[in-house]
Ligand binder design. Structure first.
Ligand SMILES: [Zn+2]
Ligand SMILES: [Zn+2]
Length: 347
């Protein structure tokens, strides 16, 4: 064999080795590439929570306060907070914009548009589409009045649909055949929102999970505030349901309906319009993971945790009523005893 033939043979073998090596490695490389791309696509869009909310005032009449503060989390996600001077509730509302439509979660505690120009502000924030505004769906975390008082402001707009917050409508609209089991979806166009039943604070409470940002909008189910329960067994089942859900989904933040705690974890007085040193709005996955055990160990009246307070107003009210009756019985007993003594001493 000539030297050139030997070289050509060696080159062919090297080429064959490289090609077969590539053949073997290609599926693995493509699979890794696709996994990386899918991973990058499934990563939540990052946004900013760097905002200083208006702290209200002890005397709201003495200073002026914007009724509605808007924070841009990202260009398609808005956090709106109602001024503590407009309502002590200081509700947080959320506007999520997709390519087909937008979703407003809750309408807050104030109906009067002259005091709280909610519909005007929300429509300003919406992008244009087809010579008008993109259509808007208004939903609620639950039916307490401080989360739906602003509904009436949207009634006159043809491009807006308001979903009433009662249980029957919520079940029918989202298509829950087996409430409170199952997860429903709302499609906004390139943005899917999961709807998770979370009764306990209110019978028709739901939480919304935004796959785009990885945020859980938790209403009054979980927030840095007093978590008040109407039905503690349903509340616990909801906590377990949400924990199960977030184990399978990336979670960036939990944003609720109110802030009632200061940075030291103390609650502001009920009905206070002034929240100095307010705690941050967002809660973490750890706060959620702590909720089922906190509910299991709850004494039924009041318990303080670093990021929330558990409270059962009915039980607390019953305890106050029992204490008041006991005090009354004691006073009657003491007065009768004094009168008897007085009669004996004057006889
Ligand atoms: Zn509520
Ligand atoms: Zn509320």
């Amino acid at each position: 064999m000539s030297e050139s033939k030997v070289k050509r043979g060696a080159n062919r073998r090297r080429f064959f080795f490289v090609v077969t090596g590539l053949n073997a490695a290609a599926p693995a490389a493509i699979s890794i590439f696709l996994t990386l791309v899918a991973h990058a696509w499934s990563q939540p869009v990052q946004g900013s929570l760097e905002v200083r909310w208006d702290e209200g005032a002890a005397n709201c009449g003495a200073t002026s306060h914007e009724p509605l503060q808007v924070h841009v989390y990202d260009p398609q996600t808005f956090i709106l907070r109602q001024s503590l001077c407009a309502s002590f509730e200081g509700n947080f509302l959320y506007l999520l914009v997709g390519s087909d439509k937008a979703l407003l979660i809750d309408t807050g505690a104030v109906a009067d548009s002259t005091q709280m120009p909610l519909a005007k502000k929300v429509l300003e924030l919406l992008p244009d589409k087809d010579k008008g505004k993109i259509s808007l769906l208004v939903v609620h975390t639950h039916g307490h009045l401080d989360h739906r008082a602003g509904d009436s402001q949207f009634a006159s707009f043809a491009s807006v649909k308001v979903v009433p917050a009662d249980l029957e409508t919520v079940r029918a609209f989202f298509g829950f055949a087996n409430w409170p089991d199952g997860i429903a979806q709302v499609e906004l166009g390139d943005r899917t929102i999961d709807v998770i039943p979370t009764p306990g604070h209110h019978p028709a409470h739901v939480a919304f999970y935004d796959r785009r940002t990885g945020i859980l909008f938790s209403g009054d189910f979980l927030m840095p505030a007093r978590l008040t329960m109407e039905d503690s067994a349903a509340y616990h089942a909801s906590a377990v349901r949400v924990v199960d859900f977030v184990q399978a989904h990336p979670l960036t933040h939990i944003l609720g309906g109110h802030i009632e705690l200061d940075t030291a974890g103390h609650a502001y007085g009920m009905g206070s319009h002034y929240h100095p040193n307010e705690r941050r709005l967002e809660l973490s996955k750890e706060d959620l993971l702590a909720l089922p055990a906190a509910l299991e160990g709850f004494n039924g009246f009041y318990a303080r945790y670093p990021s929330f307070i558990l409270s059962n107003p009915r039980h607390n009210l019953a305890a106050v009523a029992i204490s008041a009756v006991a005090l009354l019985i004691f006073i009657v007993w003491a007065v009768r005893r004094l009168l008897r003594r007085h009669r004996r001493s004057t006889a």
